[in-house]
Design a protein. Structure first.
Length: 111
């Protein structure tokens, strides 16, 4: 984590208020819908909650264990362009951190 980006496990729609209160300006959702079944909140539900809190929102589903260069390049583009700080989340936060570390290694991040 840096001052520009944080990582989290699965967010529930009602948690987006706290995300905004903590000063985040944007959220990236790296989970495919229904990755863990019907109990997982959908990207649309999280997007609605994020927008209600004035947060920018991007859904970039990445399959765990199958990160591609295209995934890393897209993630870096979002990090570079979205209002900061950005909170990226997936099931545990590890996938987001891996995307970030790969983007750093590939020198794709502006910061």
């Amino acid at each position: 984590m840096t001052q520009q980006i944080g990582f989290a496990g699965q967010l529930q729609p009602q948690q987006l208020k706290e995300v905004a209160e903590r000063g985040f300006k944007s959220v990236i959702n790296n989970r495919p819908d229904y990755e863990e079944g019907a109990h997982q909140p959908t990207a649309a539900a999280i997007q609605a909650a994020a927008q209600e809190q004035g947060l920018s929102y991007v859904h970039q589903p990445v399959v765990s264990g199958q990160i591609t260069q295209q995934d890393v390049e897209a993630f870096a583009k979002y990090i570079n362009e979205l209002p900061k700080p950005v909170l990226a989340f997936c099931r545990t936060g590890n996938r987001c951190n891996n995307l970030y570390q790969l983007a750093k290694q590939m020198d794709l991040l502006d910061d």
